[in-house]
Design a protein around this ligand. Structure first.
Ligand code: PRP
Ligand code: URA
Length: 208
């Protein structure tokens, strides 16, 4: 199932708080970070472990550690930056790749304006972060860029997904799993998710 709706009560509660129309920039940022942490927790649940022996206070002790994972977090500019620190709180050694895409307000197509990827993408797990999966054009374009550079394990974390975007993502990239904190009703005529969060980038950056 490529799109996984995270049903954890903390996630559902926090998404509800994010929907308040008069939410402050500070509160929106804080909740976005908290939801990102919880999504990162869910999206990494299948990472394999290996045993290593460490010097514990009581002597040599076998402990678990995550086996050989190289991770890059990939925020889609701008709004994806709002989720970046939350994911890094959970995976502090991850490297960061950045993709700049802005939706054309008329066509709803993503317009590419920046990219900077870390090396060895063919060996890495990529965790793409973007609060909104609307038409999924931005997500599909980002996955295309990663696959063209050889990345094979690509996962996406979003806060709110529209059914239209889920269908498009599953069709374009059936191998990519996407964890979402909420699946909403539909897109309106302007391509905004209903009920949604409004313009997530504006709310994170305080630009409206
Ligand atoms: C928003 C959002 C996603 C995209 C989702 O970004 O953060 O990147 O739209 O829409 P889609 O699924 O139809 O592509 P936007 O382009 O508004 O830019 P911003 O992050 O700079 O606000
Ligand atoms: N981008 C947003 O920020 N919100 C939406 O509802 C759709 C795209």
């Amino acid at each position: 199932m490529p799109v996984i709706a995270v049903a954890h009560p903390l996630v559902r509660h926090k998404v509800g708080l994010l929907r308040e129309a008069d939410i402050s920039t500070k509160k929106f940022r804080e909740l976005t970070g908290e939801v990102a942490r919880l999504l990162a927790y869910e999206a990494t649940a299948d990472f394999p472990l290996e045993k290593v022996t460490i010097q514990c206070w009581s002597g040599p002790t076998e402990v678990d550690q995550i086996a050989g994972r190289k991770i890059t977090v990939v925020p889609i500019l701008r709004a994806g930056l709002g989720m970046l620190d939350g994911v890094l709180d959970m995976i502090p050694n991850a490297k960061i790749s950045v993709v700049g895409l802005a939706r054309d307000h008329e066509t709803l197509q993503p317009v590419h304006y920046f990219e900077k990827f870390v090396g060895q993408l063919e060996q890495r797990t990529a965790l793409i972060v973007d609060p909104m999966l609307a038409t999924a054009g931005s997500m599909i374009a980002t996955i295309d860029l990663l696959k063209r550079r050889g990345c094979k394990d690509i996962r996406a974390l979003v806060m709110v997904a529209a059914p239209e975007g889920i269908a498009a993502l599953e069709k374009a990239h059936p191998d990519v799993r996407c964890w979402t904190a909420a699946v909403d009703s539909h897109l309106n005529e302007d391509g905004y998710i209903i009920p949604g969060l409004g313009d997530a980038g504006d709310k994170i950056f305080g630009t409206k």
